[in-house]
Every structure is written in C-alpha cells, then in structure tokens.
Design a protein. Structure first.
Length: 259
C-alpha cells in the first residue's frame, strides 16, 4: 500500500475515533451533574406560608423553607400555585410532586397521600365584622352564616362539629375557591362569621374592619404531602425538614414571617 495513502487513512481514523469518543463522553458527564427537579404545589393566596408577589415571585415561609431544603439536599424546585380544592388530585395525577403549603395532616388526607413529619402547629380562628354584635357562643351554637375556603380544615370543622351534629343547616356554610373572597364577603356583610387557620387569618384581616372573636383549639399539624409511591422523596423531605428545624435559619424564617 502507498505509504502516503496509509498515513492519510491512519490520520483520518484517529480523527474519527476522537470525534466518536467526544460524542459519547460529554452527555454522560452532563447527566451525572443534572439535579432532579420537583414541582411544588402551593396555595398562592395563603400568607405568610405561601403567596405570589405582584411581580409573580412566589414567597412565604413554606416557599423559602422548601427552597432551603432543595439547596441542602441537591435538587431544584419549581413553585406552582394551584386551586386548593384541587391540589391533592393534582398531586395524585403527577402534575406536581409535593404540596408544601400549610396543609394540615388529617386521617382523610392520609388515605390519599403520605405526609412528612409535622413541622408546625396551628388552630382555627373565628372572625366577624366589627361591631356586628355576633358572638363566639352563637358561632359554636351553629346559629350564624359562616364562610370558609373550600377544602380547608376550617370548612371540615364546621361540617363535622356544627352541620353533622345537627346544630346548623348545611346551607349556612358558604364555601369559596380562595380565602380573599371569603374575607370580602364578610366585609360586604353577606356572612356573619368566617373561619380559617389562625396565622393566615391574622394576615388576611389586617387593616380591615374585622375582628377575631375566638379560637378553636384544633391542635393541627402541618406536613408536606407526597404521593404514596414516592417513598424516596418522602425520606429526603423528612431529612431536609429535620436539618432545617435544627438550623438557625429556621428561627430566622419564623421571625421574618412573624410565626
């Protein structure tokens, strides 16, 4: 064989070999460094735990908590606001990977999803229009028209303790898609009282002619909801929550959001 031709063929083979090697190693390296991405479902109108700023930025105690956990545990998150009464179906359908937004752990919900370890306790507050003359005793007797956000533990409490107990007709519980509408209807005097988680209630009525008349000691625990089959993610979130609650940043967040 002609030596020059042999040299050319050898050189061409080496170039092809380098190109093939380069093509097979680069994507492998990128795959190894890529972080998992989890979509976090929130109630976008639930301050101070989760809400959307006017510029579209998700904020809140829970939002900043999950971002911190993600940084520590090596994954990325996308925060996705979802209507509260459809948030568990969205989780079950795979549209989101977790609900991290002040969700109370209940036996009913545990039949559908798994929950992380509890991270915060909360009770239910009852609020009326100031100077309306309505009382907490009237509320507990079931004689008021009550507003609540659909799918919340406040609505569940009224159903179980007032309606199911025969103290109040079902039509006297009015439910809404989100809590700002509940507050607005109380301000417009279409309702006698409203019920909601204590801390978000305080945020919701600030600066409005509304006043709290009582608090129901429900002793609720907040947890992160995760699909039952995602046991590895559940373990990761539990580890992250433990790290967060033992880190000084936990107290910083509580102080920032007045919890």
């Amino acid at each position: 064989m002609n030596r020059n031709l042999c040299t050319i063929m050898t050189g061409t083979f080496l170039v092809l070999l380098l190109l093939i090697t380069g093509c097979t190693t680069t994507p492998s390296t990128e795959t190894q460094t890529e972080k998992p991405l989890y979509i976090v479902g929130i109630d976008g109108e639930y301050p101070p735990y989760s809400y959307i700023e006017p510029d579209g930025t998700p904020m809140g105690f829970d939002v900043e908590s999950v971002i911190w956990i993600a940084e520590q545990k090596g994954f990325d998150v996308k925060i996705q606001p979802i209507a509260w009464d459809g948030i568990i179906p969205a989780l079950q359908a795979g549209k989101i990977d977790m609900v991290y937004s002040g969700m109370t752990i209940t036996d009913e919900r545990k039949e559908m999803v798994n929950f992380s370890d509890p991270y915060y306790k909360v009770n239910q507050s009852v609020v009326i229009y100031e100077d309306s003359g309505k009382t907490f005793d009237e509320f507990m007797a079931g004689s008021l028209k009550i507003g609540a956000q659909r799918g919340t533990t406040g609505a569940f409490w009224v159903e179980e303790h007032l309606i199911d107990a025969g103290l109040m007709p079902a039509e006297n519980l009015v439910t809404y898609d989100n809590f700002p509408i509940v507050v607005q209807d109380l301000q417009n005097k279409r309702l006698d009282a409203i019920i909601y988680d204590t801390t978000p209630m305080r945020e919701a009525i600030a600066g409005k002619p509304l006043t709290q008349i009582g608090e129901i000691d429900t002793g609720e625990d907040y947890g992160v909801a995760i699909r039952k089959e995602d046991t590895e993610l559940l373990a990761t979130i539990n580890e992250g929550l433990s790290q967060l609650m033992n880190d000084p940043y936990w107290e910083t967040l509580k102080e920032k959001y007045d919890l």
